[in-house]
Design a protein around this ligand. Structure first.
Ligand SMILES: Nc1nc2c(ncn2[C@@H]2O[C@H](COP(=O)(O)OP(=O)(O)O)[C@@H](O)[C@H]2O)c(=O)[nH]1
Ligand SMILES: [Mg+2]
Length: 351
């Protein structure tokens, strides 16, 4: 879900009475554009009565994380809060990929809150857990804002097969649906198939793509940012080749792409996103750390939460390296990418 809000237009230069250029993109229904300033914060609906489409998606998330939720729920099936319950909960959270630091943190908080509130029933404890996890995840909830720079340059990195190209396709659809013009940069120049895959997404979304057979990924990125500026695009999305954080020369190459983007636009890249496969468990945290150290990440996209992913890794990320989660992916279809809401996620994870 996107919403638009008005950004104060810059004062018109007095000496140039020329008519303002027409908006580059048509205002979407319900939104508005002033001059060429376009701000797209991604709407994060608070729970209550979410719109039907969001509800559908929340249901899908719940179904996807259902196994983890039922694993954790059984812990609260008894009639007393005792040591056995805390131990089972510890096991269940570790099994859900929450990792040791987040699990310890949650348990310490729960024990303290139980002491302070005097609750005695496991169901009350479960509600406390939902609230505590929501608070833990809260710092990860942040909208992606487009339009403060033109173009907003978004660089996307991650290991092979994490879902970078797919997520770029989905994001492109979101953005173009809401009136933003997008240019794709195929900086995954290693494999012809990778370029073609991005080309398919570009065609489907009717957006332009900058690619170059066998080219240098940094050069392609530079050209794309330059083209994005020249063509007045709102967003340039840079797809990069997958790499493991242990492949140091490839991590260096990624840093070079970032530096060269900066040469094309000193304020860019405005966002550096890491795409993580939600099934990677605790290894995901290692990826966040390594890519963050190399690139200073501004956000994450967690994909494939529809599969066997357990979901708890978001708690681990929140506790150990809290990089905002802009989106989560729950399927291969174009619409199966949504904004992250801490409370929704905590509820889906804990059932
Ligand atoms: N089930 C599921 N599959 C996904 C999701 N995101 C991506 N994929 C699949 O993961 C595979 C790898 O995706 P791709 O975008 O090519 O990964 P890349 O190497 O990081 O660019 C493809 O088969 C995608 O369809 C998701 O959220 N859910
Ligand atoms: Mg790819």
């Amino acid at each position: 879900m996107f919403s638009f809000f008005k950004k104060k237009p810059p004062p018109a230069p007095a000496a140039t009475p020329t008519t303002a250029p027409p908006p580059l993109v048509a205002p979407p229904s319900g939104g508005s554009l002033i001059g060429s300033a376009l701000v797209i914060p991604i709407d994060i609906p608070e729970p209550g009565a979410p719109p039907p489409e969001r509800q559908k998606w929340v249901d899908k998330l719940k179904a996807s994380l259902g196994k983890t939720a039922s694993g954790i729920s059984t812990v609260f099936g008894g009639s007393v809060i005792d040591e056995t319950l805390y131990e089972s909960l510890e096991d269940a959270l570790l099994m859900a990929d929450a990792g040791v630091p987040a699990t310890q943190y949650l348990l310490t908080e729960l024990r303290r809150k139980v002491r302070d509130s005097g609750v005695t029933h496991p169901i009350a404890l479960k509600n406390i857990l939902i609230a505590t996890l929501t608070d833990l995840l809260q710092p990860l909830q942040k909208p992606l804002v487009i339009g403060e720079h033109k173009p907003t340059v978004i660089m996307v990195a991650g290991v092979n097969g994490a879902g970078k190209t797919t997520s770029i396709g989905k994001l492109t659809r979101h953005l173009s649906e809401h009136g933003a013009s997008v240019l794709l940069a195929a900086a995954d120049t290693f494999r012809a198939a990778a370029r073609e895959q991005l080309g398919v997404w570009a065609d489907r979304n009717l957006v332009e793509i900058v690619s170059q057979e066998g080219g240098d990924p940094a050069a392609v990125s530079f050209d794309a940012v330059a083209a994005g500026k020249a063509r007045g695009k709102d967003v340039v999305l840079v797809d990069t080749a997958g790499r493991l954080p242990t492949q140091l020369h490839l991590m260096e190459e990624l840093k070079k792409i970032k530096r060269v983007i900066q040469k094309a636009d000193p304020t860019a890249p405005h966002e550096v996103l890491l795409v993580i496969d939600g099934n990677t468990g605790q290894n995901a945290l290692m990826q966040v750390r390594a890519f963050d150290d190399a690139l200073s990440l501004t956000g994450l996209i967690i994909t494939k939460l529809d599969g066997t992913a357990k979901g708890g890794v978001l708690a681990a990320i929140a506790r150990e390296r809290p990089v905002p989660v802009y989106f989560i992916g729950v399927g291969e279809k174009l619409e199966e990418l949504e904004t992250f809401n801490a409370r929704e996620f905590a509820q889906a994870l804990l059932g």
